[in-house]
Design a protein around this ligand. Structure first.
Ligand code: CTP
Ligand code: MG
Length: 219
């Protein structure tokens, strides 16, 4: 199975409030996007990698062992741009947010094993907080969390399925917060694969501080 990866790094990082796009801010010794990119490039079963970046960053890359594409106005559009740049013989794809720098090879192994059986799948982690539904600031009920999972990335699909899901969503003006939600709308089963509690998404300045602390922790 030929397997590619699309890493989306084209967001502006509004909530982080940094001077440049989030994925390009230095975290320790390298820009945020480089952490996950290095994991994908080093994985023996990933045959090619596409990185979607903001238009103004495209020229900052010269010759690379991965493809650079200009992203779109939404995350979903950036995924579409990245997917279009994959080789035509690529059968399966892992989509990943550059905002999750601590993805690891074991998560990729689990997703690829599931893909090999033609199963769409996402990395996810069981919810551990007690969840409350509310109306006007007052709890209406407590939600049973036993069947609830927090979706992470990577999310992995046969390329044809993801392309079909993206074009249906575009046609119907549906914007999802992840790829699985688009594939679910096709009626295709999406399986959960154990992600990692450490596979955090860096969104706010507080998350950034946490990511710096993770980097500095003794191994
Ligand atoms: N992303 C993208 N193209 C967009 C929007 C988001 O490639 N038009 C990417 C981001 O670069 C990030 C991932 O999607 O790696 C998840 O998005 P998010 O964490 O929301 O990042 P930003 O959109 O950059 O941040 P914000 O929403 O705070 O502006
Ligand atoms: Mg965003």
């Amino acid at each position: 199975m030929k397997c590619g990866a699309v890493i989306v790094a084209a967001g502006c990082g509004e909530r982080l409030k940094a001077a440049k796009p989030k994925a390009f801010v230095m975290l320790g010794t390298k820009p945020l996007f480089q952490y996950s990119l290095d994991i994908f490039l080093a994985h023996p079963q990933i045959n090619e990698v596409v990185l979607a970046v903001p238009e103004e960053e495209v020229s900052s890359f010269s010759k690379t062992p991965y493809k650079i594409v200009k992203g779109g106005a939404t995350r979903q559009e950036s995924v579409t741009c990245g997917l279009a740049a994959l080789s035509p013989d690529c059968e399966a794809v892992l989509v990943h947010d550059a905002a999750r720098p601590f993805v690891n090879a074991a998560i990729l192994d689990r997703l690829i094993a599931s893909l090999a059986q033609k199963k769409s799948c996402i990395a996810a982690w069981p919810v551990s907080d007690t969840l409350k539904a509310s109306q006007e600031g007052v709890i209406t009920h407590t939600i049973d969390r036993s069947s609830l999972w927090a979706a992470q990335t990577p999310q992995a699909f046969p390329v044809a399925i993801l392309k079909q899901a993206l074009s249906k969503a575009a046609k119907e003006n549906f914007v999802g917060t992840d790829e699985a939600s688009l594939v679910e709308r096709l009626g295709v089963k999406v399986h959960l694969v154990i992600g990692d509690a450490g596979n955090i998404k860096v969104t706010t300045p507080e998350d950034w501080t946490l990511a710096e602390a993770v980097l500095k922790r003794p191994l």
